[in-house]
Design a protein around this ligand. Structure first.
Ligand code: ZN
Ligand code: ZN
Length: 462
């Protein structure tokens, strides 16, 4: 509903209901509860409530109110955690331009994603198509995508950015202005490992730096790029045979995985913690995909970092298996855990983004969606109609499973209180496989791949 209760001079309407994004001069912002969006361009807006309650609408990435100048509190609007989405009606089908190698990431009420051609986009809940933010170039098209902030020279956390890598460069894209700059360039010796098609190459961050693996001749290095300007990158050699997956952070420690074990960084030295006997980790997406019976969703790394433990998928004595990496100061402990898998299943990660999931692997087998918390397994949904090849999901504290009723494919939402609701997956004749369920503002987005290897999104506005 448009807020018309306050009568102010007309010029003020520009701030109260005028679209805050450049290039959308005649756009009008509509407010629904605490959320707001422009009916013309579909982009989200935040309402100034602190400290002066001036009620102007701003871009969701703005740091200061454009009317009163007050500092805007950042943070996502609170989601309907543990509640079923309101009857969302038919989902809107949105084409995502191109293949993507990693599921989109939510920030400031947009989903941000990088396509195989190296185009960086954002998608708003009420928009009809994704919005191009920056063309990084094809060499960045298979990179992992890390959302972070860049430190200003004074050391304050400031600019929200997305980080992406090519073999030669690490670049940071300013999410608010779309400007991008190189934050690390290779010196001719190394080659950054940033290809999600052939490897499980992640980008990691902590308070002071960003991290990426690099190949140097036959050796390997961890490159540490400071988040503050005017500091030089540090490089730490890593000795491992064959493929290395990572880097990731778990419990304040940086680690990578190789066939030998888990390599954990302590004061610039790597310590290796062995895998359980007979365990072979998946270190490339191909290994994970070709393993009998187990299928990982596109962009699901075989190493999942959760809030309590990290989980590595692989095989043990030839069968799909799981290892739980727990932190036990001063080191890590790798414990084998069986996967409750009788025939086939799909693994995804329970969403940490919405704050509702633990980040543990979610396994969808015939008849059940199970959260694999290591020693314990929690059945989030159990039902004969759940199909074994369905992508499991967990958004806003609600479990999502794909069901196959006689009428056709649909997905079923299970709330913790026992309620359930079915949403039809419209226009899915070309549906090949799911990529993920993502929270976005008050809605839910399901990203999937078509048989023609195109990416699509189904958006329920909620
Ligand atoms: Zn607009
Ligand atoms: Zn204000």
């Amino acid at each position: 509903m448009v807020d018309t209760s306050v009568s102010e001079p007309r010029s003020d309407d520009r701030f109260r209901i005028g679209c805050p994004y450049p290039g959308c001069e005649n756009g009008r912002v509509e407010r629904i509860d605490s959320a707001a969006y422009c009916v013309a361009c579909g982009r989200p807006a935040s309402v100034c409530t602190e400290p002066r309650k001036c009620s102007a609408v701003n871009q969701t990435l703005a740091r200061y109110c454009r009317r009163c100048g007050g500092k805007i509190k950042t943070g996502e609007p609170s989601s309907a955690e543990g509640k079923l989405p309101k009857d969302p009606g038919k989902p809107q089908l949105i084409e995502l331009a191109d293949i993507i190698w990693e599921p989109p990431k939510p920030r400031a009420q947009f989903l941000w994603f990088l396509t195989g051609r190296g185009s960086f986009y954002r998608l708003a809940l009420h928009a009809r198509k994704p919005e191009l933010v920056a063309e990084l170039g094809e060499e960045f098209g298979r990179s992992a995508l890390l959302l972070s902030t860049k430190l200003s020279t004074s050391g304050e956390a400031s600019v929200p950015i997305a980080l992406a890598a090519s073999e030669d460069h690490l670049v940071a894209v300013n999410l608010a202005t779309a400007e991008w700059q190189v934050v690390y360039a290779r010196d001719g010796q190394d080659r950054l490992l940033a290809d999600l098609k052939t490897g499980c190459h992640a980008l990691a961050k902590d308070e002071i730096a960003w991290y990426v693996l690099a190949q140097v001749g036959v050796g390997m290095e961890l490159v540490q790029v400071p988040r503050a300007k005017a500091q030089v990158a540090n490089r730490i050699p890593l000795s491992a045979d064959g493929n290395v997956a990572g880097p990731w952070f778990h419990k304040g420690r940086l680690f990578c995985c190789s066939a030998q074990g888990v390599h954990v960084l302590f004061d610039n030295n790597w310590q290796v913690f062995d895998w359980p006997r007979e365990f072979r980790p998946f270190l490339t997406p191909q290994e994970a995909r070709q393993s009998a019976g187990l299928h990982t969703a596109v962009g699901t790394m075989p190493c999942l970092v959760g809030s309590d433990a990290a989980y590595v998928l692989g095989t043990r004595s030839g069968r799909p298996s799981l290892v739980v990496i727990s932190s036990l100061e001063p080191g890590f402990v790798c414990t084998p855990a069986a996967l409750p898998l009788t025939r086939t299943g799909v693994v995804a990660q329970s969403s940490k983004e919405s704050g509702a999931g633990s980040g543990a692997p979610l396994l969808h087998t015939k008849g059940a969606v199970v959260e694999c918390g290591g020693s314990s397994y929690r059945a989030l949904a159990t039902e004969d109609e759940l199909v074994a090849d369905g992508l499991p999901g967990y958004v806003y504290g609600v479990t999502v499973g794909r069901v196959e009723p006689t009428a056709g494919d649909s997905i079923r939402f299970y709330s913790p209180s026992g309620e359930q609701a079915d949403y039809r997956l419209a226009q899915l004749r070309d549906y090949a496989e799911g990529v993920g369920f993502l929270p976005l503002g008050s809605g839910i987005v399901h990203v999937y791949v078509t048989n023609q290897q195109e990416m699509r999104a189904l958006v329920w506005q909620g």
